[in-house]
Ligand binder design. Structure first.
Ligand code: SF4
Ligand code: SF4
Length: 293
């Protein structure tokens, strides 16, 4: 059994990136690899109210935050998502992580217009976990490949070019051949300049239960002092980001369901060093994983 002092400390540099869990853990899908077990019935973290989002944006501006990310859950489930996007883009660049299924033609058109008019960069990241229905739907649910591709086509039809995010549950997708298949798939759907991001799965949440528990971290898959000897190391996103949900502030988007990871009620009280004592930290360190684009 390790003590907290056996794990590395990471100093906080500056609040470059603020993540907002705008719809909490509510999602229209319930993907088998979801590291925070989101789904239609998971309201462990409820939707953030518009007033909480406004207060959070104000606090973030005070800290000189440089960029914003929305994730969930599914951000487009939020009934006030357009106002939230507009408010955020008034103060900095924004990226939204989405499965895109709820983006209908009207929303795609509004997003394209907002993209055109915004003083700051605005990007969408659409998750897709295979180049065929068989590959994707075993992870994301039956019928989702067709729905996600249709949503990508709607976005492309309105002139947007989302980043396609692939979680490499099928390890071969991360290899050159797998990447090439994605490029060909996207080109076949009129994306002339495909943008792809590959992420290793975090073996927590629902992913830890996939394949009957085989996906869990082993006791050796933890970080120790010798792994990150310099507390000013800058290879992990949590030296310069925080995540806000309706229930408070966490170090990053990955740990919001990990017991003990909650940092504070207010953003300004969370800007201090953290201990890298969670198994998911191993994936960030070893895999070089950052949720940022
Ligand atoms: S991985 Fe994304 S789309 Fe799937 S359940 Fe989790 S939040 Fe929803
Ligand atoms: S899970 Fe990753 S981003 Fe989160 S605290 Fe650990 S190392 Fe940092």
């Amino acid at each position: 059994m390790q003590d907290l002092q056996d794990y590395p400390t990471l100093n906080f540099q500056h609040l470059d990136t603020l993540w907002l869990q705008v719809t909490g853990t509510l999602c229209n899908l319930a993907c088998l690899h979801c590291f925070i077990s989101c789904g239609p019935k998971n309201d462990n973290h409820p939707m953030m109210s518009l007033s909480l989002i406004k207060d959070t944006l104000k606090a973030a501006a005070t800290q000189g935050t440089r960029e914003y990310y929305f994730t969930g859950g599914e951000p487009f489930l939020h009934p006030e998502i357009k106002e939230i996007i507009s408010l955020t883009l008034a103060q900095g660049p924004l990226t939204i992580l989405t499965n895109a299924i709820l983006i209908d033609d009207e929303m795609a058109s509004w997003l394209a217009k907002t993209f055109e008019d915004s003083p700051y960069s605005f990007d969408l990241r659409v998750s897709l976990d295979g180049t065929t229905p068989e590959e994707n739907d075993t992870i994301r649910g039956r019928g989702t490949f067709v729905q996600i591709i249709a949503a990508i086509e709607r976005l492309v039809g309105h002139g947007l070019n989302p980043v396609i995010t692939v979680t490499t549950c099928h390890a071969e997708l991360a290899a050159d051949e797998g990447r090439q298949k994605f490029i060909e798939l996207l080109k076949a759907h009129n994306i002339t300049q495909p943008r792809l991001k590959f992420l290793m799965p975090f073996k927590i949440g629902r992913e830890s239960r996939r394949k009957g528990g085989e996906g869990c971290y082993t006791p050796a898959e933890r970080l120790y002092l010798e792994d990150v000897p310099d507390p000013n190391s800058d290879h992990l996103q949590c030296d310069s980001c925080r995540m806000v949900t309706a229930h408070g502030v966490w170090p990053c988007p990955i740990l919001i369901e990990e017991e003990g990871a909650r940092m504070s009620d207010a953003l300004e009280d969370s800007l201090h060093p953290i201990k890298l004592n969670y198994s998911a930290c191993y994936t960030c360190h070893v895999g070089g994983v950052s949720c940022k684009t």
